[in-house]
Design a protein around this ligand. Structure first.
Ligand SMILES: Cc1ncc(COP(=O)(O)OP(=O)(O)O)c(N)n1
Ligand SMILES: Cc1ncsc1CCOP(=O)(O)O
Ligand SMILES: [Mg+2]
Length: 208
C-alpha cells in the first residue's frame, strides 16, 4: 500500500482503553477521512492482537497501518510500514527486514539536513515537530514552522507535521509546506469521526 500524498495521519491513543475501544476509535477516524494510521503504544498489553485488528480495519478503508518504534511488530503482523525516531533504529535495517514496498517514515524534529539525508537514504516520508505544545508528548522539543518551508524546497517525499495540531492551527503548517498532519489528541480526545472530519476542510482548501 502507498503512503498518501496528503491528508490526516491519525496516531492511536490506547492509554486506558480496551482493545475494542481503540479499534472503534480508529474506525471512526477513518470514517472521518484519516488517510493513514499509526499504531503508537508505549505500554502495550497485547500489541500483536491489537495491531492485527487495526490492520484489518485500515485495509477495509484502503488506508495503510504503520507501527511506531518496532520493526519487529510490523514484521510480525504484516503492517504496511514503520515509523522510526532517533532511538528506533536505522532505515537500512528496517528496509532489509520489511522489504522494498514497506513504508518507512522518520522523525526529523527540527532538522532539515537530517530530513534531506533520510529522504536520500530511502525514507518514504519525513516528519517534523512538535509545532505546538502537545499534551500527548509534553516534553517533545519545539520545531520552527520555517523548517517546513526549507524542507519543501529540497525534499521530494511527503512532509508530515506533528505536535498539538488542531483544525484551527493546522492550516499554517500546510501553507508552509507540510503535506500531512499527524494528530493524536485533536482526534482522539474527542468523538473521532467528527474530529477527523474537522481537518478535512484544510486539505480541500490546499487543492483549490
Ligand atoms: C508521524 C510521526 N512523527 C513523529 C513521531 C515521533 O517519533 P519519536 O520521536 O520516535 O517519538 P515516539 O512517538 O516514539 O514517542 C511519530 N511517532 N510519528
Ligand atoms: C509523538 C509525538 N512526537 C512529537 S509531538 C507527539 C505527540 C502528538 O500528539 P498530539 O497531536 O496530541 O499533540
Ligand atoms: Mg519512537
Amino acid at each position: 500500500m502507498k503512503f498518501p500524498r496528503q491528508g490526516l495521519y491519525a496516531i492511536t491513543q490506547p492509554e486506558n482503553k480496551t482493545i475494542t475501544q481503540v479499534v472503534k476509535d480508529v474506525e471512526a477516524a477513518l470514517r472521518g477521512g484519516a488517510t493513514v494510521i499509526q499504531y503508537r503504544d508505549k505500554d502495550p498489553l497485547d500489541a500483536p492482537q491489537l495491531a492485527n485488528l487495526l490492520l484489518d480495519v485500515c485495509h477495509a478503508y484502503d488506508a495503510p497501518l504503520l507501527i511506531n518504534d518496532s520493526v519487529e511488530l510490523a514484521l510480525t503482523v504484516g503492517a504496511d510500514g514503520v515509523h522510526l525516531g532517533r532511538d528506533d533504529g536505522e532505515i537500512a535495517a528496517a528496509r532489509r527486514l520489511l522489504g522494498a514496498d514497506a513504508i518507512i517514515g522518520v522523525s526529523c524534529y527540527n532538522d532539515v539536513k537530517k530530513a534531506q539525508a533520510m529522504a536520500a537514504a530511502g525514507a518514504d516520508y519525513v516528519a517534523f515537530g512538535r509545532f505546538f505544545p502537545s499534551g500527548s508528548k509534553p516534553l517533545a522539543a519545539a520545531a520552527e514552522i520555517i523548517s517546513l518551508q526549507r524542507a519543501k524546497q529540497s525534499i521530494n517525499v511527503p512532509i508530515v507535521a506533528i505536535g498539538g495540531i488542531l483544525p484551527e492551527n493546522g492550516g499554517q503548517l500546510l501553507a508552509a509546506g507540510a503535506d500531512l498532519l499527524a494528530v493524536i489528541g485533536g482526534v482522539f480526545d474527542h468523538e473521532p469521526e467528527s474530529a477527523a472530519r474537522a481537518y478535512q476542510a484544510l486539505f480541500n482548501h490546499q487543492r483549490e
